[in-house]
Design a protein around this ligand. Sequence first.
Ligand code: N01
Length: 545
Amino acid sequence: GFMGDPIPRDSAPDLDYEVLVIGAGLSGIFALYRLRELGFRARVLEAGSGAGGTWYWNRYPGARFDSESYSYQFTFSQEVLNEWDWTEHFAGQPEILAYINFLCDKFDLRSDIQFDTKVASAHFDQSNNCWRVTDDAGKQYSCRWLLTAIGFLSAPTLPNIPGVQDFKGESHHTSRWPKQPVTFEGKRVGIIGTGATGIQSIQEIAKTAGHLTVFQRTPNWAVPLHNGPISKEEMAVIRDDYPALFERCRKSYMNFLHMPETRALSEVSQEEREAFWEDQYENGRGFRLWLSNYRDVAFDREANKICSDWIADKIRQRVKDPETAERLIPRNHGFGTKRVPMETNYFEAYNQPNVRLVDVTETPIECITETAIRTSKEDVGLDMLIYATGFDAVTGAFDAMDIRGINGVRLKDRWEGSPRTYVGMTVDGFPNMFMSMGPHQSYGNIPRSIEYAVNWITDALAYFRDKDITNVEAKPEGVDMWTEHVIDAAKGRLANEVDSWMTGINKNLPGKQKRIINRYTGSAPGFRKFCDEIAANGYKTFKLN
Ligand code: N01
């Protein structure tokens, strides 16, 4: 019980639920676990037929963690930490989904998750101080508190190429991959997109495809993942290290295991830095080369160029055909200025006779026909077409619902141009709505961030219940302050000068053509400290009624 209450009081006896959670991904299932623990009447509405969110939908070949499995799991249950063994340093999607289902089974979470229920709208009803949620079958639900757990990379987008609907072969967006097995043997497969998803897919599909054509618009600075199996013995050693491992994540800038190098590139000799990079590239697991790099590589053009040039040489060494190698080297952005994809023999795939790279900046795609992708030079005939074309990131999943706050103001309009939030978890004008992984919240290592956000939100709800507070709204000055802070925290980063989902760009969406600060880049420990203080001060920075 909370604050000595054996049975917590129902804070909304007249409503269907005290709390409605939208989404049963990692945020949603942990929210449900916590809300139950705190004694709330809660329900989760989930569009899919199973739990897992990102890991439910993204079943594409090669989908896997690219942060260490053991750093990317929940820590809330010691029992689960004891019981669950990871079999790879970077687990594949099937193992991750099995882990999520293990959580659902263990805590009987599914009994409060309503699957196959897509939320169409959520309107705040001022006179009754509640949210009225409607699903796409027209069913209505009322609740006091609304918790969005909808992810920030969950609204997939197709390319704005004429003829996308015309293709008669098999076609899949990576994020809506079918559950039944998809085979590539003997097929002419084409893939558009070379982000983190495309790169994971390409290296896997290349193994079995009859022929694979990669349509690349922007090459990426992918670096080796160095995955490997975890033996039972090694798992025991890792498990013994869990407390230290999670402590490291807590201390690090983005909740990852990797600590930044504190020196600047200019402080070390060429020999030293190259030996350092060589070690990171050849031996460093996961994001090390990116996150443990010299501190100025993310800020200083010169330092970044030196590092990028060094990695470009690695690509040249790995790709046999020099022209293909040059096409695979990014020219319009430096290393680490976009999310760095992780790879295993990605570049070597282009040495295989069944894989071909088409640079669509040289020969633009004109259209998709019933049987082919037509470039300015040729028709590339295809049996299967894969869209690894990314997402309407950050705000896309919010925009997909009709969310309205006080006086019917639409969230989509409120966020026109750029999202604006108070600590990424609340919005002024949208009382009693809380967001896990909302815009301008600390992301980084996502499960670490989710655990924090969901704990913060659910603790707040328990506090409000205890104090008889039934209406909570962010103040406009708080939203102004946080938005300014987010912009300040990003100052000087070379990443701001690059088109990517992190700067709010999606070239397929007319409304997403202007660069903004779409992601909070301040430190995770600083973020937590700030939010902890809000709680410690009785949430006085909110309007409380
Ligand atoms: O999407 P993206 P993603 N014509 O937007 C291309 C996370 N993630 O799904 O760059 C031609 O990065 C587009 O080209 P361009 C991670 O945070 C995590 O790959 O616009 N090409 C680009 O190459 C990541 O950052 C994990 O020129 C078109 C690609 O499609 C985020 O998800 C694994 C096109 C889209 O790349 C998003 O990654 C995977 C067009 N019309 C992803 N439209 C793990 O942690 C788009 N493209 C394991």
